[in-house]
Design a protein around this ligand. Structure first.
Ligand code: C2E
Ligand code: CA
Ligand code: CA
Ligand code: CA
Length: 275
């Protein structure tokens, strides 16, 4: 039993070692590729089902490393946070996306994700104001998407940054809504304009009555608080029918368009048919 224990420890440390080296390599490659065209910004459309109009695009970062191949943002965003590169990476993404958005027709908004780590220091609002000035995108065309984690971990810096951004006309969406905890209190304590119903709810919507009740409650809450509500990860017509019945009219998901490098403005057939 004793030697077994020792082996377990050895396997464990070997795994940690491999994991550690993989992380180090990701960080090294990230540092090397930052600011090059190996990073890209893709855009996924958002629609209003009642009017059939395109309301905005969410910017989603992409990275293909020559050494590692395509790396998911769920891997490289945390890696960038860990090695102190999230601020320059995020500024690069925002700049590229804002510049693109200046070419879009008037009411179409740009939504950009910010990571929780960026609210640790007080300068995220400075960065955003600088990029807006530099790219000349009007602040009311920009929406930032944040998660509850950002608000939970850095309550005071987050509140002042969000108040400042809200003050110049930037709108604020609470991402992955319903997956964190004590969500409800954030809605009154922070200047939130919109909630994004997490994909996990949308996925279970047609199979599970409880989920449908939860989504209904979220939509009701959003309406009572005068918030916009959008459902993310919409993949099927059944989900659309349910969302409409519940009163959620904003949608984003593969059914309406995948994230792409170039944006288009025609209304897809699936939206037209729903009008
Ligand atoms: P998120 O902000 O919740 O973004 C939604 C994710 O769902 C995206 O994955 C998107 O491609 C995917 N998605 C959209 N529609 C559908 C659908 O119908 N079905 C399914 N199965 N998936 C769908 P992606 O692009 O891999 O991004 C993953 C996460 O990485 C994002 O989750 C966000 O948290 C983070 N992320 C991506 N880009 C950025 C960025 O520029 N900055 C920061 N801070 N985080 C980012
Ligand atoms: Ca998002
Ligand atoms: Ca989300
Ligand atoms: Ca998510």
């Amino acid at each position: 039993a004793k030697s077994e224990g020792r082996n377990t420890i050895r396997f464990f440390t070997a795994d940690m070692d491999r994991e550690f080296r993989r992380r180090r390599q990701t960080e090294d490659e990230l540092r090397r590729d930052l600011g090059t065209d190996r990073f890209k910004v893709y855009y996924q459309p958002q629609f209003d089902l009642r009017t059939g109009s395109l309301t905005g695009y969410e910017a989603l970062a992409r990275w293909t490393s020559p050494a590692l191949g395509p790396v998911s943002p769920e891997v490289f965003i945390p890696a960038a946070e860990a090695c102190g590169l999230i601020a320059p990476l995020s500024e690069w993404i925002l700049t590229k996306a804002c510049r693109a958005a200046t070419e879009w027709p008037e009411p179409v908004k740009l939504a950009v994700n910010l990571s929780a780590a960026q609210f640790r220091t007080g300068d995220v609002a400075d960065m955003i104001e600088r990029v807006l000035r530099w790219t000349t995108l009007p602040p009311d065309r920009l929406e930032i998407e944040i998660t509850e984690t950002a608000l939970l971990r850095n309550t005071e810096t987050a509140r002042s940054a969000l108040n400042r951004l809200r003050g110049i006309g930037v709108s604020i969406a609470l991402d992955d809504f319903g997956t964190g905890y004590s969500s409800l209190s954030y809605l009154s304590r922070f200047p939130i304009d919109k909630i994004k119903i997490d994909r996990s709810f949308v996925q279970r919507l047609t199979a599970d009555r409880n989920t449908s009740a939860i989504v209904q409650a979220i939509v009701g809450l959003g309406k009572a608080l005068d918030l916009e509500i959008i459902a993310e990860g919409v993949e099927t017509h059944d989900q659309v029918a349910q969302l409409r019945a519940i009163g959620c009219h904003r949608v984003q998901g593969y059914l309406f368009g995948r994230p792409r490098e170039t944006v288009g403005f025609p209304i897809p057939e699936v939206v037209r048919r729903l009008q």
